[in-house]
Design a protein around this ligand. Sequence first.
Ligand code: GCU
Length: 739
Amino acid sequence: MMRNKICWNDGWRFFRKDQPAADTLAAGEAVTLPHTWNAKDSQDGGNDYYRGTCWYAKRFAKPELAAGEQLWLEFEGAAMTAEVYLNGQKLARHEGGYSTFRVELTPLLAEGDNLLTVSVDNGKNRTVYPQKADFTFYGGLYRDVNLLTVPAAHFCLSYHGGPGVKVTPTVDLDARSASVTVEAWVDGPAEQVTFSTAGQTIEAPVQDGCAKAVFAIENVRLWDSVEDPYLYTVTASLDSGDSISARYGCRTIGFDADKGFLLNGRPYRLCGAARHQDRQGLGSALTKKEHEEDAALLREMGANTVRLAHYQHAQYFYDLCDENGLIAWAEIPYITEHMPEGRQNTLDQMTELVVQNYNHPSIVCWGLSNEITGSGKTDDLVANHELLNDLCHRLDPTRPTTMAHVFMLDPNDPLVFLPDIRSYNLYYGWYVGDWDQNDRWFDEFHAAHPDAVIGLSEYGADANPAYQNGRPEKGDWSEEYQAVYHEHMLKMWSERPYIWAMHCWNMFDFGADGRDEGGKPGQNQKGLVTFDRKTKKDAFYIYKAYLSKEPFVHICGSRYVDRPEEITEIKVYSNQPEVALYVDSRLFAKKAGDKVFKFQVPITGSHTIRAEAGDCQSVILVHHVDAPNPDYVKPGSEIVNWFDREDEIVREGYFSIKDSMGEIKAHPQAGPALAELLAPLQAKAAAAYGDVAKNIQIPESMQRMMDQMSVEATLKQMGKLVTPAIVHEINGALNRIAK
Ligand code: GCU
């Protein structure tokens, strides 16, 4: 008989504390999966969401089973560690909150009534990743649970939660043909497997539990990312009636240090964003609807790649990547801090990630870790990575390994080159320094390592769409600053074809209960789209201008309604060559341009501003006001207009805060003077940040970068500690020292 798979999400009972029993079931909260117990308490800041062990229970009658038939339970996601009990007896334990695992119930089934209980734990420990990271570790049975009935002879269910079938297409681009190797694993008595795909059928003998067939496909239709994400389907069936199918794509991928990513033999520039699997109000308990909306927003922006951070995502989302042509970076949550006792867990999570997702054409690399040296680098950490690297090569010789390195890791460190390819997380222009330091970083890296494939796995700036600033400044959390920052980053990318992929951090604001910034506790607001997916911030549209073929025009600043300036900048993003701007229905100006169009518009009262490009249009309203609207400014932030004019700072022939740290340090008088002026500030900063400041080793390459920063930028870096008065005092002292 055919296998039978039913969704088993209904009729559960949830218990916050103790293991339920048959007679206490009624006391549990009735819940339907997917479910997380952190949907609400993880989105209010304070880092106080519930972490611990909770229980799920379900009573059920033993289903009819024919001779030899087996009953299995399939969990698509139980975060983070689960134990499964049937009628009080422990059946299984699974460590890792992001992968599928299955349990056979048959041996312990009672006639009539059965009680299934599952403990799920998201508590702190030193063995199961993730334990330290900038996102909420939601707990719960947050993905589907399915009940499977299979005949005695069936495709394997117990191999690391895998699909039981493995498809390896090999494409010959010149011949426009593909050779597709299909392997299937069988449990129980079976002589042969019947495979069929692309209109062909092959019967293969089962040997040692495995059957294999090789198909030749002529005039193959390639899987060509968002251009043509064509999917074939292979089915495998047994005489017992069991049958499974898998989709696959025929493509070639390549990684070149100069040309970047290659798809089907040609350079194919990847630009997109990272995605966390959570949603405002739902936490991690997403349904197909939310997954579909996220994939659609990525495609609407024109992204052709997505970094599925920082863990294995739902099968359904990888399926959507296959269907939409989104090139995916997949990774395990080996993140931020290495835990020696967590080694086996990294190997287990990586095995499941690769075995469960091998068939997806959208996945092009396996991420070993994220910023793992952020808390220090040890030999044990390196050894753990060597093991993971070898494991991936054994499980999947068709894809490279990668790592997302933290920006403090010296680009000459051997660990940078342990994986086959790599990317860096750079936050110049947000956490540190200025955005053009990203450009210099890449130019220096590529010059020093011309044979190393390099990408940008994270970069971003927080923005709350409520905050508006006509003179955007780093750290003001304004929508405008985020937009100009990404304008720069995309320009940098467009000028450097060797960058194999750009993954903006992040496509969506996401849950980080440890944060309480920018007016939205519990959120990281680097998203191009808000946590509820309701607002596309202006920065979304500069990506669309670079990436989307769909004609559009977008006036920025729709939320910057009250404007104190007499002449206001109206900025328009578009992928069209010309934009016409109308003020109160009168043509104000027409401009030809490339993606970014700026108009300086005098405003006196209330105005309707309309941009037109081809058949597209965008409209905003603005009011001239006498004083800035206080609602537009992040509470507690000093938007320090330190100086209005350059000539107040620079005294010809003398030093000033406009000079670089390195230049001043090198001068016999200015160096010591500046050191003396900064000492009290650095002491205060160290006191404020505890011993973290002391034990951060600043690598030589980073020190070089910091020396290139101006004194002014360095002082801004120190945030609220540095008041305008202090800046004036330092600049005054430097102005007295001749160069
Ligand atoms: C790090 C980290 C992310 C984090 C991001 C940020 O690079 O990898 O998980 O969210 O920085 O600080 O926003």
